[in-house]
Design a protein around this ligand. Structure first.
Ligand code: SF4
Ligand code: SF4
Length: 661
């Protein structure tokens, strides 16, 4: 391939301009990123790098959660770019330095060009699917922006022009390369076209111009994610998903986030990595029930706020737009949006680029509560009660240990034991949930498990306070529990509530509380496996509702199912395991008024559709919310039972041994 010098010069100039514009934008973004707070995400760099390679090269990121349709198109576009990249290199570097892939040797060279022809066909299929999805199916969670259309048009131009260029190249050379069947097919069609050299140049420059325009356009558009998602996956949160960030209350001048500078550079990276796939929106229970919250907008607001405010900050101006405002626009989030979140974690679970929506929401709640004293009235009351009595309803703290006492369960003060049974607020005070706790206590007693409680020295685990933004209250409550646990040398803890499980296991270590924590379903699974209990099957058709804080946050999906399969005819809800739909009660939402469609009723409808009479739960909040839903839906014939209650009913007693087996 020999071009006249003037073309080589033009090529060098155009290529250089494109590179300069590209790197200027990257440099500008780098300056923006420097205004954010620092966060250490450089640990285990090798492991991070390998995961990034695996996730991107396999495109597992876009296929997760059975997203096969968009997963396929992304897979083809991604590998299309990888396979066409050598061609692009040859087109640019060939005329400048005589670069060619021929040095690979004939078999590899021909394999590469065959693969390029094949991927072009697949890209055409993927393009047709992408256009069909965007403009015919039109999923509600995808916006048909000009940006998105432009990218599809550019990809279309790229495949047409590369094919046209190769066809005229073959036609002019008069060769018949069988290893390029697509290009050869078109070459045969154009062999008799006049002015073939003109068309060769036409397709060359059109192709190259589009590629270079693409290169410059990417970092200025929403398609920045094509670059940013690689580092975003590298820097993803590798800690427990259920762990919120620690705040040093003594050293922090400002708690929470209301200004773009309060966020970290990783939060900015989340913003520019967003692919706008809308999966977080599609799976958000708040959005699904017409609340003002859309998790995608939380991520986008960070991005738009960065692009708006960072230049002002760098110029030393003070008129920046705050992140929280009563006025809803693309630069700010309203308090109403922030309080609508149930902290179910579904947005994080479904994001293909591992964006961290929830930490941002909680950080903004922290600002509202800790700096402005602003929160919904129900939360203000709950905080006061938690401060006074250690439970959100204001029941006397001296009654906390009454259930355990009535069952003759010793406290750690009275007797050391292998396990601490952490009752939790619902376990200690809720008259309905006490049945579940009693059933579990009976099972532990019959199996001879050594356990005790903290009695009245236990207080709320602090989960609700922390997720509602009251970091001070969380730390106060958590420290009180940790002190009591340490005082009695507690090592192993069983919790009934998944919220307590998550907080004690994943967040107490931030405050020096390191314990081995079990959810009670894990203990039941252990007793079952050890043959200490045996279950008879009632044959009842049942479903299990996965609590967000047990499943999505802590990956416990199998223990409850393993137990339930032994004593019921267990069916799966359509939305289960990682896809489970929240009951609507997390982060104190169970205490708050809910406007419009109710999340628990939506979950209730999903259960009703399944046609079962028994719903197994493993969380006191889920029990409360789902029982309430069944009442509202006039389906009280569907019973909501805790797993411990179901197990207790179906345990077989070995009378010979006089023990439960
Ligand atoms: S945590 Fe749940 S409720 Fe909150 S934004 Fe994410 S998906 Fe929506
Ligand atoms: S935040 Fe994640 S899930 Fe939501 S639209 Fe962006 S890439 Fe998709």
């Amino acid at each position: 391939m020999i071009f006249m010098d003037i073309f080589t010069l033009a090529l060098i100039i155009v290529f250089a301009i494109a590179l300069i514009l590209f790197f200027l934008r990257i440099y500008t973004l780098y300056k923006y990123f420097r205004i954010g707070r620092n966060i250490n995400r450089f640990d285990h760099a090798g492991k991070r790098f390998l995961f990034m390679l695996y996730d991107t090269l396999s495109q597992a990121c876009s296929r997760r959660h059975k997203n096969y349709y968009p997963g396929f198109t992304h897979f083809i576009f991604f590998w299309g770019f990888i396979l066409l990249f050598p061609s692009i290199m040859e087109l640019i570097l060939g005329p400048i330095i005589g670069f060619s892939w021929e040095f690979l040797g004939t078999p590899l060279y021909q394999a590469l060009f065959f693969a390029q022809d094949a991927i072009v066909v697949l890209i055409v299929v993927a393009l047709a699917m992408a256009f069909y999805r965007r403009y015919v199916i039109r999923p509600y969670y995808i916006e048909n922006s000009f940006d998105a259309l432009l990218i599809l048009i550019l990809v279309t131009i790229i495949v047409i022009t590369i094919t046209g260029y190769k066809a005229f190249q073959i036609a002019i050379a008069g060769t018949y390369p069988a290893y390029m069947p697509l290009s050869l097919f078109f070459a045969n069609l154009v062999r008799n076209v006049p002015d073939k050299t003109f068309w060769l140049y036409f397709f060359y420059w059109f192709h190259l111009g589009t590629i270079l325009f693409f290169l410059v356009y990417i970092p200025y558009s929403k398609h920045m994610h094509l670059i940013a998602s690689f580092p975003n996956i590298f820097f993803k949160n590798n800690g427990p998903r259920g762990e919120l960030s620690y705040v040093d209350l003594e050293k922090s001048e400002k708690i929470g986030v209301n200004d773009i500078r309060d966020l970290t550079w990783k939060d900015y990276l989340d913003g520019i990595s967003c692919t706008e796939c809308g999966r977080c929106t599609q799976n958000c229970p708040a959005y699904q029930t017409e609340k003002p919250l859309n998790p995608k907008n939380v991520i986008h607001t960070v991005k738009y706020s960065l692009f708006h405010n960072a230049p002002l900050i760098l110029e030393g101006k003070n008129d920046t737009v705050p992140l929280i405002s009563e006025k809803q626009d693309h630069l700010s989030i309203t308090p109403e949006e922030l309080w609508a979140c149930t902290t179910c974690g579904s947005c994080i679970e479904h994001c293909p680029v591992y964006n961290e929506h929830l930490q941002k929401i909680v950080d903004m709640r922290r600002y509202l509560v800790m700096n402005e004293g602003s929160m919904p009235n129900e939360l203000a009351d709950a905080f006061k009660n938690l401060e006074r009595t250690g439970n959100p309803w204001g029941f006397p703290s001296v009654k906390r240990g009454s259930l355990a006492k009535s069952k003759n369960i010793k406290t750690f003060k009275e007797q050391k034991a292998e396990y601490l049974l952490f009752m939790g607020c619902m376990g200690a005070y809720d008259s309905r949930y006490r049945n579940a706790v009693e059933a579990f206590i009976e099972i532990l007693n019959k199996c001879g498990i050594s356990f005790a409680t903290l009695g009245n020295e236990e207080t709320c685990c602090g989960d609700m306070a922390r997720r509602s933004g009251n970091e001070y209250l969380f730390q106060t409550l958590a420290k009180k529990n940790i002190d009591a646990m340490k005082k009695y040398g507690v090592e192993k803890i069983i919790t009934m509530c998944p919220h307590g499980y998550n907080t004690i296991k994943n967040e107490y270590p931030q405050l020096g509380g390191n314990f081995k924590v079990y959810h009670y379903t894990e203990i039941l699974q252990m007793l079952l496996r050890d043959g200490k209990i045996r279950l008879k099957s009632s044959g009842e058709r049942a479903v299990y509702h996965d609590p967000c804080y047990l499943g999505r946050y802590n990956g416990i999906y199998d223990a409850p199912r393993e137990i339930l399969e032994k004593c019921t005819y267990l069916l799966e809800l359509e939305k289960s395991r990682t896809e489970s739909f929240c009951c609507g009660g997390g982060s104190g939402r169970f205490l708050m008024e809910e406007k419009g469609k109710r999340i628990n009723e939506e979950r209730g409808r999903q259960i009703v559709e399944k046609g079962v009479n028994l719903v197994a739960v493993a969380c006191p909040i889920c029990m409360l919310m789902l029982e309430d839903a069944m009442k509202s839906l006039h389906r009280e014939d569907i019973s909501i039972k805790d797993i411990s209650e179901i197990i207790f009913k179906n345990i077989e007693i070995n009378t010979q041994k006089d023990e439960i087996i």
